[in-house]
Design a protein around this ligand. Structure first.
Ligand SMILES: Nc1nc2c(c(=O)[nH]1)N[C@H]1C(S)=C(S)[C@@H](COP(=O)(O)O)O[C@H]1N2
Ligand SMILES: [Mo]
Length: 393
């Protein structure tokens, strides 16, 4: 093993031994210490053409390299619809308009003078799914509670709908009864009054104690803990408060879920907006120690409802309880990391899968159970992974 530490990512890709990486491997949670005898067990279900190479405005997290509760900012997944807008931070003002008693235009300095808080929140793009599951991350956000800014603007009693516009915009074709017209519009998302005025949402200016990067929405973004990625409006420039529902493209059309449901004995088709996260778990990595015990490591993403259990199963054997790491377990909106120890009896091909259940009794569904969902967003189905164990004992 060479002493000139190659990037851990490259090593994991190659499936080589993890020996000699002690200096790079400093988990801030209880991942068992890896020794010279630990090897990565490759997933055989991953396509050979797997590509994590970032483009200027899109980056996936290689979940096999997760080494702690917090995703470093330069590894945080990223995506958006209109590219990155150019923003002059000195000229920047957050405007608050509509059904408020005081219209606001706040500079970043004025915002930073308000009392800031830290929230650890994990989120995933609602389009995150197999085989990579790479559109998710977990960060420590610093910002001003949205509620404090809305209180300063003095929201009027008739206000029901809070729209958050980014500085990014683009031309959209709007279809209406067979006719189409083109308009230039800003990226916009809305929250209902109870959510906007509640304790959760944050106007964040820092991630992991560093100013946001352009990817993350510099200088200001909305963070809605427990909600899918799309709610977290980047380059937040304008909050408009109104009474009527907002039906912009990314609110009412692109981010919706169509599913068949049985309601009181009758079959009903529902179309709902993408809002809070559906409980999901997946296995991120398997390592084997000294050709014997394997450590199965995984991730849970959820809406902040406490978890009842995280379980793992091998082939068709009974489900076994996994252990949720303490660092993440106590942080309501953090993703949760879990481990499970497994000693395969003999070499061979195995299927491993995890499932999470929350205290409200929501169980992560199988692919078959999710077949009545016709649109690909909000895919929280159980994700079986296959591994080949080469040697035992
Ligand atoms: N202004 C703006 N905010 C946006 C988007 C966008 O296109 N424009 N995309 C959303 C979507 S779909 C996701 S998944 C997250 C991604 O956030 P990240 O790049 O910090 O991971 O940003 C959300 N916020
Ligand atoms: Mo997304």
């Amino acid at each position: 093993m060479t002493r000139s530490h190659p990037s851990r990512r490259a090593v994991l890709r190659g499936g080589l031994t993890l020996a000699g990486l002690g200096a790079l491997w400093r988990p801030d949670w209880f991942l068992p210490a890896l020794s010279a005898d630990d090897v990565l067990v490759p997933f055989t279900d991953l396509p050979a053409t797997l590509n994590f190479a970032p483009t200027p405005d899109r980056r996936l997290l290689d979940v096999r390299t997760i080494e702690g509760a917090i995703t470093p900012a330069d590894q945080f997944f990223t995506t958006q619809h209109y590219g990155h807008p150019a923003i002059d931070p000195d000229a920047f003002r957050l405007r608050v308009t509509g059904l408020v008693s005081r219209t606001l235009a706040l500079s970043i300095d004025e915002l930073k003078q308000m009392r800031s808080i830290d929230v650890v929140a994990g989120f995933e793009c609602s389009g995150n799914r197999r085989p990579l599951q790479g559109l998710c991350s977990n960060g420590r956000w610093t910002g001003i509670p949205l509620r404090a800014v809305l209180d300063r603007a003095a929201v009027r009693p008739e206000a029901r709908e809070f729209i958050f516009f980014g500085a990014d915009h683009g031309e959209e074709e709007v279809e209406f009864r067979g006719r189409t017209f083109t308009i230039d519009q800003a990226f916009g998302r809305s929250l209902p009054r109870e959510k906007a005025m509640g304790a959760g949402p944050l106007l964040a200016f820092a991630l992991n104690s560093e100013p946001l990067t352009a990817h993350q929405g510099f200088p200001l973004r909305l963070v809605v803990p427990g909600w899918y990625g799309v709610a977290n409006v980047k380059w937040l420039a304008h909050i408009h408060v109104q009474e009527d529902p907002y039906l912009g493209k990314y609110q009412a059309r692109w981010y919706r879920t169509v599913r068949q449901e049985e309601i009181e004995g009758s079959t009903t088709w529902t179309e709902t907006a993408v809002t809070h996260m559906q409980p999901k778990s997946f296995i991120a990595r398997v390592t084997q120690h000294d050709s014997r015990a394997c450590t199965v490591t995984g991730v849970v993403l959820h809406d902040g409802t406490p978890l009842r259990s995280v379980e793992v199963r091998v082939n068709d054997e009974p489900w076994q309880p996994a252990t949720v790491d303490e660092v993440t377990a106590d942080d309501r909106y953090s993703w949760k990391l879990f481990t499970w120890t497994w000693t395969p009896a003999e070499p061979g091909e195995y299927t491993l899968v995890s499932r999470v259940t929350d205290v409200r009794g929501r169980v992560q569904p199988t692919v078959e159970e999710l077949e009545t969902k016709k649109t690909f967003l909000e895919d929280n189905s159980q994700h079986p992974r296959t591994v080949r164990i080469e040697r035992v004992g």
